[in-house]
Design a protein around this ligand. Structure first.
Ligand code: PLP
Length: 441
């Protein structure tokens, strides 16, 4: 079967090859830089899609229904009746949106969330801001001051951008190799600058794995560095005391507790926009750092706050997390395992070693991404396409994010799609060599 036959032809679409007449040179420049992604966006039904309807975790695009594995609503709180029904009472009481910057005033809901979150994490204190991006852009430059930042070479783009802002304010930025605490140790040993900040991801949004937080925390402490961890994907999913019954751990209180680490010299960043389906984010830090941020972090001073509905879904989410969270996580683990077991059976490669619900499936040939995406789309499986330049060419593939709102029938559909793609030879096998960077087929 020729998969390419199903792919819409690029010729008639807006691509970097066919610029609109009279377009400005700087737009041309950036479109050329993002050429692969731009072509995919312009041509592919699984990119920049308009979702017309949702029914559970099924989505409708036009008249085509697909099982959605591209959402990060890991706990399924976006569809949870108890949470949905809690919202109107908050709107009646507080209106739709506070619209003060936090420095001017915050509804009492913020205090309540910070208190409950601090207790859940077991941290000294927490501060809420609208998004993790706001936090990285404002807090990394403050913590780094004019010192040196040691950045995980594969840190999330928003961490990179926060480091760029810090650099423009006088910080130096050095990179350590991904998952390599030994390399960090070497760099810190050779460093003379006394102000050191280590920035990295918790559960990685591409691999689905968590770093060895205990080892990174040990190295950071040994060298007097502050460790700053973004656990956007771990908060709500993984938590304390993992055991055979629940390998994700309990209570969803994030990567530091999952690793049985403490917050000594560790600052944790997390967000509610994934597992909790709400627009809000936090930094867990000592109270004196929180007090500093309240006068020095621009999003606290100037940004608009989260809508009341989001604050309400966080509070209702805490209740559901307490009453049913571990059962949801157990189901999430079970469904994720079904897909991972399928890959194992097929001998298909995935970087996921953790069993956490982010499953990247690399292709044998990165140029096949559009055709493979189209194939899955036609079979009613909606995934995240990881195209170049979002990922290096030798990692191009697609990603499943499993959520507790997925059903076993949807997992069956995903598995059937994987089996068909493996049969067609599109997926990289564990026995294949990974092409070197720049040499990807
Ligand atoms: C690791 C990581 N950090 C930060 C973000 C951005 O989070 P927010 O939408 O809260 O700015 C994301 C979103 O995908 C992420 O994966």
């Amino acid at each position: 079967m020729n998969l390419t036959a199903n792919v819409p032809r690029l010729g008639g679409l807006r691509t970097a090859d066919a610029p609109a007449t009279g377009r400005r040179p700087w737009i041309e420049h950036w479109l050329e830089t993002c050429r692969d992604l731009n072509e995919l966006k312009a041509s592919h039904p699984m990119m920049d899609a308009v979702i017309d309807e949702v029914d559970g975790r099924m989505i409708r695009i036009g008249d085509h229904w697909l099982a959605d594995f591209a959402s990060c609503n890991y706990l399924g709180f976006d569809l949870d009746r108890e949470i949905i029904e809690a919202v109107p009472a908050y709107l009646d009481r507080w209106g739709t949106h506070p619209s003060w910057s936090r420095l001017l005033g915050s509804p009492a809901l913020y205090e309540e969330i910070e208190e409950r979150l601090t207790a859940l994490l077991g941290a000294e204190d927490t501060l809420l801001l609208p998004t993790i991006t706001h936090i990285h852009m404002s807090v990394i430059p403050l913590l780094a001051a004019s010192g040196t930042i040691f950045m995980d070479a594969r840190a999330h783009k928003t961490i990179y951008d926060g480091c760029q802002v810090a650099r423009s304010r006088g910080a130096a930025v050095k990179r350590f190799r991904f998952e390599d605490a030994g390399h960090l140790d070497d760099l810190l040993s050779a460093e003379r600058d006394p102000t050191r900040l280590v920035v990295m991801d918790g559960v990685n949004s591409m691999t689905g794995n968590a770093p060895d937080i205990r080892e990174f925390a040990r190295v950071a402490r040994e060298h007097g560095a502050l460790l700053y961890v973004d656990d956007a994907h771990g908060f709500g999913v993984i938590g304390e005391n993992p055991d055979a019954e629940l390998p994700y751990g309990y209570r969803g209180n994030s990567v530091v507790r999952h690793a049985a680490e403490t917050y000594e010299n560790v600052v944790l960043i997390g967000g509610f926009s994934k597992a909790y389906s709400s627009l809000l984010a936090f930094i867990a830090c000592p109270t004196d750092v929180k007090d500093l941020l309240k006068v020095a972090a621009p999003p606290y001073l100037y940004s608009g706050p989260s809508p009341v509905a989001s604050l309400a879904t966080v509070l209702a989410g805490f209740d559901v997390n307490e009453s049913r969270g571990d059962a949801l996580r157990a189901d999430l683990h079970r469904m994720t395992k079904r897909i991972l077991d399928c890959l194992d059976r097929l001998g298909v490669a995935t970087p996921n070693r953790s069993g956490f619900p982010i499953i990247e499936v690399p292709l044998r040939d990165h140029t096949r991404i559009a055709a493979v995406g189209e194939f899955l789309y036609r079979r009613g499986v909606y995934v995240t396409l990881a195209a170049f330049p979002l990922v290096p060419k030798n990692e191009v593939g697609f990603r499943f994010q499993v959520t507790a709102a997925n059903t076993d029938a949807e997992i069956d559909r995903a598995i059937a799609g994987l089996e068909a793609l493996a049969e067609l030879g599109e997926l990289r096998l564990t026995t294949d060599e990974v092409p070197a960077l720049g040499e990807a087929a």
